[in-house]
Design a protein around this ligand. Structure first.
Ligand code: ATP
Ligand code: MG
Length: 171
């Protein structure tokens, strides 16, 4: 088994969904999976509830939402850094065959964790572990170190027609 680094980025919908699809696939092979979500604001209750049905799936929701509007940026940075430390330990511990870092890109773009620090951990990832990173605006360094990068491009989104978030699709 050759562990790959995969990135789902871009402005279109489907990045987190794709990562969850890979988790579902890996679980079918009894591969232990860790999903670590660095939250941006709202939480997707559907996948969290489904995750409880798999005992080889560890699902962690970390952080408290990243925003440039925050009234306490220092606290946000502390929380984001702690979340990253947890992700780092999870990768280096090597207990999982698939590790998903959902919305990780925002830690870099909001300058909460240095890109170099993240790249150093990716470089040390166990050889037999797949790593998936999602989030808009994947940086050049992340793209360079990945084996697979897919950019979701919006062609249409129901939001544009004023259609609100639907159960099972958005949450
Ligand atoms: P999903 O979790 O549905 O796979 P995503 O991970 O690709 O979406 P994010 O950038 O994490 O997308 O944004 C999360 C939310 O923003 C989703 O509810 C998604 O539908 C919505 N979203 C994504 N792209 C667009 C868009 N182009 N216009 C409006 N809303 C969008
Ligand atoms: Mg997402």
């Amino acid at each position: 088994m050759q562990g790959l680094t995969l990135i789902f980025t871009g402005n279109g919908k489907g990045k987190t969904t794709s990562a969850l699809g890979l988790a579902f696939r890996a679980l079918g092979h009894d591969l232990p999976v860790a999903i670590i979500q660095f939250i941006k604001g709202s939480w997707k209750y559907g996948e969290l509830a489904s995750a409880k049905r798999f005992d080889i799936l560890d699902f962690h929701v970390l952080g408290k939402g990243f925003t440039w509007k925050s009234d306490n940026l220092d606290e946000d940075i502390q929380i984001a850094r702690k979340a990253w430390e947890f992700a780092k330990q999870t990768i280096l511990a090597g207990q999982h065959k698939l590790v998903i870092l959902d919305e990780l890109t925002y830690l870099i773009t909001y300058k909460m964790v240095a890109e170099a620090e993240i790249l150093a951990v990716i470089a040390k990832k166990p050889q037999d572990m797949h790593l998936v990173i999602t989030g808009r605006g994947a940086t050049e360094g992340l793209i360079d170190c990945a084996d697979l990068v897919t950019e979701m491009q919006e062609i249409k989104h129901p939001y544009r027609n004023g259609i609100k978030a639907q159960k099972g699709i958005e949450f």
